[in-house]
Design a protein around this ligand. Structure first.
Ligand code: HEM
Length: 129
């Protein structure tokens, strides 16, 4: 049997669902981020982020089955992402991660997830302003 992945260790699908649902609830109310989204309905974007994160952390590979190689920097090219957008995205993500209880997400896993989000958000910037 394969080793437990990070995905399994933090509660699998339910936890990733909670994180992305809370994240997009914050995005919907964020005046910097909401206007960047091409579609009024954030549901499909929420699902893509959830599938991507599940796959990244060792869960189902549905993201690549449906979307192919992530190429996330390329897919974000249409949107101007400077420090303001990066900070807004991270605020939403920090709120989403904070909504997960400590029995589900212990300090070590919480730190790893948070460090990854900060690295990824920095790497998605494509504008100095
Ligand atoms: C897509 C904004 C960072 C993962 C999108 C979209 C926008 C956006 C506007 C298009 C919505 C859609 O899919 O319909 C931003 C902004 C960021 C950011 C402003 C600020 C730093 C990130 C990070 C990740 C990420 C750090 C991953 C950890 C994704 C994924 C998609 C996406 C997986 C869907 C890609 C696809 O088409 O398959 N993002 N994003 N984003 N974003 Fe971000």
């Amino acid at each position: 049997t394969p080793a437990q992945t990070f995905y399994d260790e933090v509660g699998g699908a339910e936890t990733f669902h909670k994180i992305t649902a809370r994240f997009y609830k914050e995005v919907a109310a964020d005046e910097v981020l909401k206007p960047l989204y091409p579609e009024e309905d954030l549901g499909p974007a929420e699902r893509r982020l959830r599938m991507f994160l599940e796959q990244y952390w060792g869960g189902p590979r549905t993201y690549s089955d449906e979307r192919g190689h992530p190429r996330l920097r390329m897919r974000h090219h249409p949107f101007t992402i400077g420090p303001i957008e990066r900070d807004a995205w991270l605020r939403c993500m920090h709120t989403a991660i904070a909504s997960i209880d400590s029995a589900t997400l212990d300090d070590v896993h919480r730190r790893a997830l948070t460090d990854y989000m900060e690295m990824a958000a920095n790497s998605m910037m494509n504008s100095m302003i």
